[in-house]
Design a protein. Structure first.
Lengths: 276, 330
């Protein structure tokens, strides 16, 4: 019996294999990523401009509004310069998380998109991987748009910022994987409030976006170090300020490591939720 | 294998004679156990090439579970299941590449237009763009949806959505199409149109496997069928043969209370005619086992009395009980 589909190794059944080790770079994943891209581009009029506007608004509020009261320099730069990389990463935090929460939940439960796709040669692991990859892509786009807006507004960071899009993609992948873990266990939309209130908002407020972490007491600082978002903000700021050293390599390795761990856990939990 | 171009080219190529003899699906002692209950309790059946095979049963019978195992969504618990000559264990990708699946819900992509639904679906099968475009046009034409090609999914009627889901399942030229309750929720006209298309596909050489709880649908479409209840197969055969074997030729329904029936000596009056009877609440059913069972039989004049041909519905009710197993969930 002939088939024009190459005989890639079929994914094993995790109930037998125990833990499924998935790979985010397969052709099936790319196919579903393309679907998400096409759907996004159809709606570009409503989807494409918000990140730019959000970036301008945020910078106006924090940089000009609040920043005017912060006369003190931080790490040798103005507050506006200091906060800018944090704003880039915050846009990544929200885009990546929300896409793999509400976006994925809608496609999975309401639109039955997952059911339709897994009836083709594409596996469930690939559909979920594509959700994460697409989410990372959007986060990368959003983060990079914010970066461009910041540049247009006259911020003069170092040349190291050419690496920022790579960082936003990777961090987006990590945060999307975390959101997928949440999506794999929520019974309904309303349950996302737990993660938003106890996960996303604390990460935004206490990962060194708005103030240096050393303002916190010892115990609080250690909690911040545990935040997966903390190394992302630190790395982005170092790139902006052009202060790149071994510590930054450490942050990068830590981010990639966390991203892979969250990704594999997310895929396995989604498998457990959907394959019965 | 070559296939003729023209109107048939939306369909898979005809298979050669030796291949036609091999079954498309072979299930042997198939079980499916969920955490706390067993949905399928050891079923065996074969589906032959180019037939329309029905899986009938009330809600909770295990039909959908069986379908999910067939299209490699749900892993089997035990037994064996071969689809298109391959075991579902470890060959999901190869099997799915050659299947068409029509799920119970209209899982069309609401973010894409009608045409894009087909093109994006073709891409999941790695069908090259030009070829995908050609097949999509043919499928839309076959299902009378060409005019709607640029519409949004939400603008389609229920019947159109259903036709589009079936059209979409043809995009990879499947040899086998699996349909889970293909006409549930459609109005009579839309249902007739879907039946017409399914008959056309069957006559073009596609093997169809479908679940339904509409007996008329099964009678209209299925060459062979199984009746399932509570995870087991209760009967298997051609619709007409099942009706004759399990019910008979003619049925008389009478709305008559038990006391009245006894007073009239109704059952005694049947004598040794080949007639089986069954009571369900206020209704007495008489099943004529021979074509002449009711000839010259005087029946009492009562307000509701109906003499009709035996149907699959009678088979179904006889096998699965009359409302006795309501509440079984699937």
């Amino acid at each position: 019996m002939s088939t024009n589909y190459p005989l890639e190794a079929a994914p094993s059944n995790p109930k037998e294999a125990g833990f499924l080790l998935a790979n985010p770079f397969s052709r099936g994943t790319y196919r579903v990523w393309q679907r998400n891209r096409d759907a996004f581009l159809r709606l570009w009029k409503t989807e494409l401009w918000p990140p730019f506007v959000e970036a301008v608004l945020t910078l106006l509020a924090f940089g000009l509004g609040l920043g005017a009261y912060v006369q003190q320099q931080i790490d040798g730069v103005s507050y506006m310069q200091w906060i800018a990389p944090g704003l880039v990463m915050t846009s990544v935090l929200f885009t990546a998380s929300f896409e793999c929460m509400f976006g994925t939940f809608i496609r999975m439960k309401l639109e039955k998109m997952f059911d339709a796709v897994v009836a083709t040669p594409i596996s469930l692991e690939e559909v979920v991987s594509a959700e994460i990859m697409w989410s990372a892509t959007r986060a990368g786009l959003t983060g990079s748009s914010v970066l461009i807006v910041l540049l247009l507004l006259g911020l003069t960071p170092s040349w190291w910022i050419v690496l920022v899009p790579v960082v936003t993609l990777t961090v987006g992948f990590m945060l999307a994987s975390m959101a997928i873990i949440v999506t794999s266990i929520v019974p309904a939309f309303t349950s996302y409030n737990y993660y938003i209130t106890l996960g996303i908002i604390p990460m935004q407020l206490f990962s060194g976006v708005f103030f240096p972490v050393d303002r916190l007491p010892e115990a609080g600082r250690w909690l911040v170090y545990l935040s997966p978002f903390y190394p992302a903000v630190q790395l982005a700021r170092s790139l902006f300020l052009g202060r790149v050293g071994l510590a930054e390599l450490g942050y990068a390795v830590w981010i990639v490591g966390l991203a892979l761990v969250f990704y594999e856990i997310g895929i396995n939990l989604m498998h457990r939720r959907l394959i019965k | 294998m070559l296939h003729s171009s023209g109107e048939m080219s939306a369909l898979p190529s005809q298979v050669s004679a030796p291949l036609a003899a091999t079954p498309v699906i072979v299930a042997r002692d198939l079980h499916k156990r969920y955490k706390d209950f067993e949905a399928v309790k050891g079923i065996s059946f074969e589906v032959r090439r180019q037939e329309c095979f029905g899986i009938l049963g009330p809600n909770g019978a295990g039909k959908s579970t069986t379908i999910k195992m067939l299209h490699c969504f749900s892993p089997i618990t035990s037994g064996t299941l071969e689809v298109l000559g391959l075991s579902v264990v470890g060959h999901a990708r190869q099997i799915k590449a050659q299947l068409g699946v029509v799920a119970q819900d209209d899982n069309l992509d609401p973010d894409l237009s009608v045409l894009d639904n087909l093109l994006v679906y073709a891409r999941y099968f790695n069908i090259e763009r030009g070829e995908a475009r050609k097949r999509a046009d043919e499928a839309l034409d076959l299902f009378q949806l060409t005019e709607k090609r640029s519409n949004k999914i939400e603008e389609l009627s229920g019947g159109m959505k259903r036709r589009l889901v079936i059209a979409r399942s043809l995009i990879n030229k499947p040899q086998l199409i699996i349909l889970d309750e293909p006409t549930t929720g459609l109005d009579p006209a839309a249902r007739q149109l879907v039946w017409q298309k399914l008959r056309y596909l069957r006559d073009s050489g596609v093997t169809l496997v479908m679940t339904t709880h509409y007996m008329e649908e099964a009678a209209q479409l299925c060459d062979r069928l199984v009746v399932m209840n509570e995870g087991r197969i209760l009967a298997e055969g051609k619709p007409g043969e099942l009706v004759q074997q399990l019910v008979g030729y003619e049925v008389v329904e009478m709305r008559i209370e038990q006391e009245e029936e006894a007073r009239l000596g109704l059952l005694a009056s049947l004598g040794d005619r080949p007639i089986r009877h069954e009571r369900a609440g206020d209704t007495l059913y008489l099943f004529g086992q021979e074509p002449w069972s009711f000839q010259n039989l005087p029946l009492p004049e009562i307000p509701y009395k109906l003499q009709r041909k035996a149907s699959l519905e009678d088979v179904f009710l006889r096998l699965t009980g009359r409302g006795l197993n309501e509440g079984g969930g699937e």
